[in-house]
Design a protein around this ligand. Sequence first.
Ligand code: SF4
Length: 214
Amino acid sequence: MNIKQDVEKIIEILDKLYPLADCTLDYKDPLQLLISTQLAAQCTDARVNMVTRTLFKKYKNVYDFAKADIKVLEEDIKSTGFYHNKARNIINCCKLLIEVHEGKVPGTLEELLKLPGVGRKTANLVLGDAFGIPGIVVDTHAKRLSKRIGLTRHDDPTKVEFDLMKIIPQKDWSRFCHQLVYHGRAICMARKPMCSECAISSFCDYGRGTVSKQ
Ligand code: SF4
């Protein structure tokens, strides 16, 4: 297997299948994306979008979130799960944005990673989608598909991210990860991947049967 050639082919096919693959969270600015991504931990994007539809009308900017009553915010975001941690992180994150970044979301990985509740997945998503700076976003779909296809042997998201950085052209990072999410939802589901209907099966270790099927 020539991984570089296979990756080129996979990108070509995914570009045709999902030319408009994008973040499925609804947001109007970097702050809304940052908060939506934090809410999306262990929750579906569809559920987060339902919650933020009213949340962003109530809390209109970073100052509204920073001075929010934690108990009230917890109730507002309860249906996204892990709401104690999420509410605390969102308030602390917005306080820090005001104290250190004049209320704005910073546009570097290093600064984003210093914000409460922001890990590499969130930071890379915000970089790619809010600032147009390529980032590898390893969510549950990207992790599963990368391993099945044979782009990584790792399960740890940071190791997967660094493996993908080595073989995916930088300009394609953000789009490729969104496409993996789309493909993971449509064809390569966690429990039952539909390999016989998959357009990239000839370039996928799992599809070619060269790795054991779980
Ligand atoms: S061939 Fe199967 S395992 Fe590989 S990406 Fe397609 S659906 Fe997933």
